[in-house]
Design a protein around this ligand. Structure first.
Ligand code: HEM
Length: 136
């Protein structure tokens, strides 16, 4: 499996563990105030990261490009900024932290645009002198 896929899956499982822990905490405490944070941790952190990892596993030539690692770094940074702040805002009522949520969200959005660029760019093919873009 390409390194970027491995990284996406390792990150994804950490978010799933945290997301499920928050889900169990909500269920046991019967306080569901943090459910949007739980939903975003599971869907952006687990599901979307795993889909990115799967995409790169299916496209090893794209996974080898530097932009794939930039995508991983940007996306994960965005989640690490956004999701804990979203949880604190909802579960603890800390509204002052909203600008941090907004900043993290913008980084996540930038990372998704980066992935869009990867998806629509031509797949590089090996040549004797290195990689070049495949004809469409
Ligand atoms: C042991 C695992 C889990 C537990 C105990 C759990 C628990 C909960 C609880 C208590 C709520 C709040 C429901 C409400 O107030 O309406 C909730 C909402 C939600 N959960 Fe989970 N959850 C778990 C796993 C997951 C996973 C794996 C995902 C996604 C991949 C997920 C996605 C969602 C979503 C999208 C909502 C919001 C639903 C709504 O709008 O009402 N959950 N969960």
């Amino acid at each position: 499996m390409p390194r970027v896929s491995e990284l996406f899956f390792k990150t994804a499982i950490v978010f799933l563990i945290v997301g499920i822990a928050i889900g169990l905490h909500m269920a046991i405490s019967q306080d569901h105030a943090a459910f949007p944070a739980h939903a975003h941790i599971n869907l952006l952190g687990w599901v979307t990261s795993a889909i990115f990892g799967g995409y790169y596993a299916l496209n090893p030539a794209k996974a080898a490009r530097r932009i794939a690692m930039i995508h991983y770094g940007l996306y994960t940074l965005g989640l690490v900024v956004m999701l804990p702040a979203l949880y604190l805002m909802l579960a603890k009522g800390n509204t002052a932290i909203e600008p941090v949520v907004a900043t993290g969200s913008m980084i996540v959005a930038a990372a998704v645009l980066t992935f869009g660029f990867v998806v629509f760019s031509s797949e590089p093919v090996p040549t004797a002198s290195g990689l070049k873009s495949a004809p469409r």
